[in-house]
Design a protein around this ligand. Structure first.
Ligand code: PRX
Length: 646
């Protein structure tokens, strides 16, 4: 129904962009017909220490699943983001840092960033970090998070960044899972004018992590922290003492660059592993073409480095391209709802990349805060993390972009390393709400429940038929789970977990997750994780969690909770459970709605019928479908009657 709105490529974009419609067709064809030749050529955008002679060796099974790109080449990711730019653009700003407080900002040149990264890499060496060691990073959005990431890359020590909003328990689980012996954190973070006790959280987490030998602490606020002598060291001391000369480690293309934990449909987050060569080629190339990045552009991605978007599109992609990348410590509504646009004006941002949830929240505040800034520098807008509803798309386009800026709605995942389905601003006619067409080398397919590939306009499960360089290589420490999760539902294909429609123009429209993962404000949450946090509370006997449509967050968290015998439901207990989940996982996992459930709908074999719970949560209880297989159909009446979303 929204296909009536078509936004053609503005003429000046078709002219100046790297790629116009004809070039897209030509390059895309070649990338599919001759992937070896295509990627052999585009892999050259990086500086290789030893050039690759092999380009691609990938199998999606069914017998053996392996993914290798550029496998005999060697390189260093930090050298590609820093050293190679020194000659031409040493004095160019690499990072513009905008503090939570509008009065605080910093500009860091490529030369300065290079020196700081070398010093910190030497500092890390001095406390024992060596090639192959996993280093956990639990930092706020301060320049030191870029320094820490790049210093690890320089040493060939895979980093595992844990979002600063995660609880001590979540942090501990991630440290233990990858057997990380080093942690980098800060005294506190600051967001929306309020301090966040990162070091205190880390101290609590480390009670469960006896193998962590050293904790590096960045001084952000000067707030008081507890100190463990012999274990804790100040970042500032390490850097001051260290030499600025640190040659990069020569890494194989398939050596791990980082792991990043993400939620799946089972309780335990998975350590998604990305390697060096393919990931860097894909992050850099997508950044250049999707955002049509040209020298001199000021580029701002509002994500947190704790998520994959921050890895690929605040740090690795832009820095590999020698871009100027803006890093923002704060939140969209502090000091007020005009902040994003004030920052755009202040730093003359040309390319702006954010999440639909932020747009919907700002849309509520009306046009005033947007119009309070000129936004004259803006040329391109981007969206990522969840489906953008056409109303929000149109507001973004008309109000924020004054109707002149194309929007790139980019579909991808932690697992894909970089953008997979997206418009290119000089090539693709836009339809609000559609991610449009595949990037070079990406071969999407829609399959039905039996794995049959659907042709033409269709609705199905979104799979990939072949590998692309940015693809994750495995789940850290559990290759079997990797194969099981992504390649067993539809054997021989990568299954994304998303549902998707393709229209008559071949445009893709993501319809959301089809597994037990929900997307809350663009953050992925496994329902099983929230359930296990709830049942860990001593008054809870059983819990089932589903998503439901939420105006701002996209999806909200709806929890059905059965108390243990003898416990009475109360508002106080409800508040306590919400607080409990925040403490167990982090604020992003807080249930929006909790319904007391005397019983859950189960089949005779004891399986919870989530389909029914989803319908009730969505307030669609008129369409529950077949409930004849339920052990006790009467529980449904109670749940419908006491539903929380009306
Ligand atoms: O459901 C899709 C949704 O976010 C999921 C990936 O989440 P995560 O790994 O946390 O990465 C988010 C940032 C890349 C996908 O499976 N998603 C992401 N981008 C879009 C999207 N859904 C619709 N449109 C998008 N542009």
């Amino acid at each position: 129904m929204f296909d009536v709105h078509n936004f053609p490529v503005p003429a000046e974009w078709a002219k100046r962009a790297w790629v116009d419609a004809a070039k897209y067709q030509e390059m895309y064809r070649r990338s599919i017909d001759d992937p070896e030749g295509f990627w052999a050529e585009h892999g050259k955008r990086l500086d290789w220490i030893k050039p690759y002679s092999k380009v691609k060796d990938c199998s999606f099974g069914p017998d053996d699943v392996h993914i290798r790109w550029f496998e005999d080449g060697t390189l260093n990711a930090s050298a590609n983001c820093l050293d190679r730019h020194l000659e031409k653009r040493g004095d160019q700003t690499a990072i513009i840092w905008e503090g939570d407080n509008p009065k605080e900002d910093r500009k860091i040149t490529y030369r300065e960033l290079h020196e700081e990264v070398c010093r910190f890499a030497n500092g890390l060496k001095s406390i024992g970090v060596k090639r192959g060691d996993r280093v956990t990073i639990y930092l706020p959005m301060i320049p030191e998070i870029a320094v820490a990431v790049l210093a690890c890359a320089r040493l060939g020590a895979p980093h595992s960044v844990v979002f600063g909003g995660f609880s001590p328990d979540s942090l501990a689980g991630r440290i233990v899972d990858c057997d990380s012996h080093y942690l980098i954190t800060s005294d506190e973070g600051v967001r929306g004018g309020r301090p966040i006790p990162l070091k205190a959280n880390a101290d609590t987490a480390l009670e469960r992590c006896p193998d962590v030998k050293k904790v590096v602490v960045v001084k952000r606020t000067g707030g008081k922290v507890d100190w463990v002598d012999g274990r804790d060291v100040w970042y500032e001391d390490l850097v001051a003492k260290a030499s600025p000369d640190c040659p990069p480690e020569e890494m194989n293309a398939e050596d791990p660059l980082f792991l990043l934990y993400t939620s799946g449909s089972t309780g335990k987050p998975k350590g998604v592993l990305h390697t060096t060569g393919g990931y860097m080629v894909f992050a850099a190339m997508t950044h250049q073409y999707v955002f049509d990045y040209h020298d001199g552009d000021i580029y701002w991605c509002t994500a947190d480095v704790g998520w994959v978007t921050g890895h690929s599109y605040i740090l690795y992609g832009p820095l590999a391209n020698g871009a100027t990348t803006l890093m923002f410590e704060g939140v969209p509504n502090y000091p007020d709802a005009s902040r994003f646009w004030q920052v755009v004006d202040k730093h003359k941002v040309n390319i702006f990349y954010t999440a639909p949830t932020a747009i919907r929240a700002l849309m509520r505040e009306g046009e005033g805060p947007v119009k309070a800034a000129s936004r004259a520098s803006l040329r391109l807008l981007g969206s990522v993390g969840e489906p953008i509803n056409p109303e929000a798309w149109l507001w973004y386009h008309e109000v924020v972009g004054d109707g002149r800026c194309p929007i790139v709605d980019t579909w991808w995942q932690t697992e894909t390393g970089g953008i997979m389905i997206t418009p290119l601003p000089g090539a693709t006619k836009l339809k609000p709400g559609s991610g449009t067409l595949p990037f070079f080398g990406v071969q999407p397919a829609l399959v039905d429940g039996d794995g049959k590939i659907l042709d033409g306009a269709a609705d199905g499960n979104l799979c990939m038929l072949d590998s692309w360089p940015g693809q994750m290589r495995t789940i850290f420490g559990d290759h079997e789970r990797f194969v099981q999760t992504y390649f067993s539902t539809f054997p021989g294909k990568y299954f994304s977990g998303d549902g998707c429609r393709r229209d008559e123009d071949g445009y893709y429209w993501i319809t959301g997750r089809v597994d037990d993962v929900i997307n809350v404000s663009g953050h992925r949450m496994g329902t099983a994780e929230v359930e296990s946090a709830l049942v860990a509370h001593d008054k809870v006997a059983e819990a089932a969690v589903v998503g439901y449509p939420h105006d701002i967050k996209g999806q909200g968290i709806y929890a059905y909770v059965t108390l243990i015998a003898g416990e009475e439901p109360s508002d106080a207990l409800m508040a306590e459970l919400r607080k409990w989940v925040r403490k167990e996982i982090g604020p992003i996992a807080t249930p929006d709605l909790i319904q007391w459930a005397p019983g859950l709908p189960k089949t005779r074999s004891g399986k919870i019928m989530r389909r029914i719970l989803r319908k009730i949560a969505e307030n669609q209880h008129g369409a529950l479908g077949d409930i004849s297989t339920l052990a006790d159909p009467a529980v449904v009446d109670d749940l419908v009657e006491n539903r929380q979303n009306r």
